[in-house]
Write a protein that binds this ligand. Structure first.
Ligand SMILES: *Cc1c(COP(=O)(O)O)cnc(C)c1O
Length: 416
């Protein structure tokens, strides 16, 4: 499956990896801003500190609002190096796309401004195609196929990026409804990967229906890395387009993403994209730094020892659990979400009523404490800690703060 990538393995290693890259990435190097010597150089100016912006330990995960992830030093240095020279943006887009397609064993690839941008550009490719007139006209879809069929369970906030192309979303539930909804107006069938278990139509049937009616299919797999196999399997399964975030599990630039798939569609996506000024994608600019950073982040991700990362994340969960296990009524559980952010997380429950403190209240105390800690938002079942975006060692601080918050609540309850 990874044959091409294996063949190029040594080249990747030589170009993008130092010998200790995995260790360094796992252990997470602390900011150079703490070193006195570096603090005098202009690149180390601490703007966040100057502005008084709160910084925190990310015990949540790859959430955009929390700035999601930190780029490995290899990514940053490649971006910095690229930033000192000029290139033709189109040429870089094409060559980087070719290299990425080789690495991922797919027909073609485009570095986009995040996964949301990949969704817009992929849709634009299906609606406007490569016609210059159509590219200029979007989001007015006059004379174009302008319906996108989606399973009801796959509707989500990010499909706004699809709707940016002026299309109408047609919702269906069953496979027969899906087929019946397809007409000469249908531009694309849209699938949301993390809802694969929720809709009635699974991957294979979805792709088969698309092929049978010659309508392109797109899979939004933004947050579905790891497992690394996802970078290969959806294009091989027959999806015409697959979209990933560059700044989530891949640890690339926040403002980067990947659109993979059929050559003609990727070419059309390019024409609907910046630097073409009169296009729907002109708001989706990526410059050379993001393109280069995305490529290096992807190489690092493909090369790394995924088992080692998994073990380290599990160890962090167990370590935090070990610090709070044994407190009155406290229960901990390590779990892995089935899809999307499918890495070890820690769930902590306690007697909320007795403690006079629920998970939301505990999250607020962790946030306002010192150092500030953000936990995974949006859980209505316990306090959930995401350990994979922390720097090594921060799990000790999180464990200590969590123990203090819970002990205080449970002790004062016991005294009352
Ligand atoms: C995060 C996410 C996106 C958007 O990705 P960006 O890289 O932040 O643009 C789109 N779809 C889903 C399902 C996501 O989780």
């Amino acid at each position: 499956m990874f044959e091409l990538f294996r063949r190029n393995r040594r080249t990747f290693l030589r170009h993008v990896l130092g010998p200790s890259a995995v260790g360094a990435a796992v252990s997470g190097r602390l900011s150079a801003a703490t070193s006195k010597k570096k603090a005098r150089s202009p690149v180390a100016r601490d703007v966040l500190g100057e502005l008084g912006v709160r910084t925190f330990i990310n015990a949540a995960g790859t959430y955009t609002r929390l700035t999601a992830s930190r780029m490995p030093p290899e990514v940053l240095s490649a971006m910095q190096s690229a930033s000192t020279r000029y290139v033709d943006l189109q040429e870089l887009h094409e060559k980087a796309g070719e290299r990425i397609a080789e690495m991922l064993e797919c027909e073609a690839a485009l570095v986009t401004a995040g996964c949301a941008s990949a969704l817009t550009l992929g849709t634009a490719a299906c609606v406007a195609g490569a016609s210059e007139e159509n590219v200029r006209r979007l989001p007015d879809t006059t004379g174009m196929k302008d319906e996108v069929v989606v399973q009801k369970a796959h509707r989500n906030a990010y499909d706004h990026a699809v709707r940016n192309c002026g299309v109408r979303i047609v919702e269906v539930e069953s496979a027969s409804e899906l087929e019946a909804a397809i007409s000469e107006k249908t531009a694309m069938l849209f699938f949301l990967n993390h809802q694969q278990g929720a809709g009635q139509v699974g991957h294979e049937e979805f792709v088969r229906i698309g092929k049978r009616h010659s309508v392109p299919t797109m899979n939004d797999a933004a947050a579905d890395l790891p497992p690394v196999e996802n970078l290969f399997q959806f294009t091989k399964m027959g999806y015409d387009l697959v979209a990933f975030s560059g700044g989530k599990g891949l640890l690339g630039p926040q403002s980067a993403g990947l659109l993979l798939g059929r050559k003609d569609l990727i070419e059309a996506a390019r024409l609907n994209n910046s630097p073409h000024s009169d296009s729907v994608g002109r708001t989706n600019k990526v410059n050379k730094e993001e393109i280069v950073g995305m490529l290096v982040a992807l190489s690092l991700f493909l090369e790394r020892d995924h088992d080692q990362y998994w073990k380290e994340w599990s160890r962090r969960c167990r370590r935090i659990a070990g610090v709070v296990d044994g407190l009155r009524s406290v229960e901990t559980e390590v779990f892995v979400p089935e899809v999307a952010n499918a890495v070890p997380h820690l769930r902590i429950r306690w007697d909320y009523e007795r403690a006079g403190l629920d998970p939301k209240g505990a999250a607020e105390r962790l946030r306002s404490g010192e150092p500030s800690i953000e936990v995974r938002p949006g859980s209505d079942d316990g306090l959930v800690i995401g350990v994979w975006m922390m720097a090594a060692g921060e799990e000790r601080i999180v464990g200590r703060r969590l123990r203090a918050v819970l002990t205080e609540a449970l002790d004062s309850a016991a005294r009352a």
